[in-house]
Design a protein around this ligand. Sequence first.
Ligand SMILES: C[S@@+](CC[C@H](N)C(=O)[O-])C[C@H]1O[C@@H](n2cnc3c(N)ncnc32)[C@H](O)[C@@H]1O
Length: 242
Amino acid sequence: MRQRAREDDQDDVLFDPDMFINRVYATETFHFKDKSVTIKLSKAAAIIWPAAAVLCRYIEHYSSHFTDSVTLELGAGVGLCGVLMAQYCTKTVLSDYQDIVLELLKENAEKNTSEGHDIECSKLDWSVNLEEFSQKYPDGFDFVFGSDIIFWRESNPFLLKVVHQVLNQRTEYRQKNGIHSERKPQFLLTYYQRSSNCEDALKREAVEMGLNVEDVPLSQFIEESEVSNFSNICCLIFTLER
Ligand SMILES: C[S@@+](CC[C@H](N)C(=O)[O-])C[C@H]1O[C@@H](n2cnc3c(N)ncnc32)[C@H](O)[C@@H]1O
């Protein structure tokens, strides 16, 4: 699948998702405040993208919020954020749409499984198999998250549809089972700000779909002295309006 920038839309970004695919691997261990995660990753992309680093910082900072939660990572790539999240919550599903990425995700999930923390991988292409996915997970998810997954503008409405559907399923599940929680089901997105057009369209489409969008300043969960290390990284939280 390839997405092309429009000629009249100079600040849309051209990215080929195939660039993330490469079978030359390296293994690295990442250390967090009180956890370590070992990840096998493609050598071509053997860096942790800054948006993923920010998402990991969010997960660490708010780790106590995730106890007893069921969570979903969208466009997980090598799965660093999801594997970290899995250390804190009841169950985590890591999703992506490419078979080669899923293979790697499964390996990383197996490497980092710990007792009492369920982690699984599932194929989800936002534009193709949402119905099948939501039948597989009919109770939805308390917390959905993704880093650097919005730069294909044509995909964003599909991504938002997935978010809306799984948050809605969780809301209904909670209502049906009389579950009260301080926090609504939510979607946390971190991304490197590449295109204001893409970002504005995403926010507009989210609101049209019935989602609230809130900007989260990085200083809420990262020390002020470190925030400048993450310039151009944004963090948004989406919740259902109702
Ligand atoms: C830039 S990578 C980010 C990976 C990871 N979240 C990170 O920050 O390291 C974007 C990811 O989104 C996935 N992706 C792109 N389009 C998708 C779609 N339509 N459905 C599901 N995943 C998609 C790609 O396979 C890739 O793993």
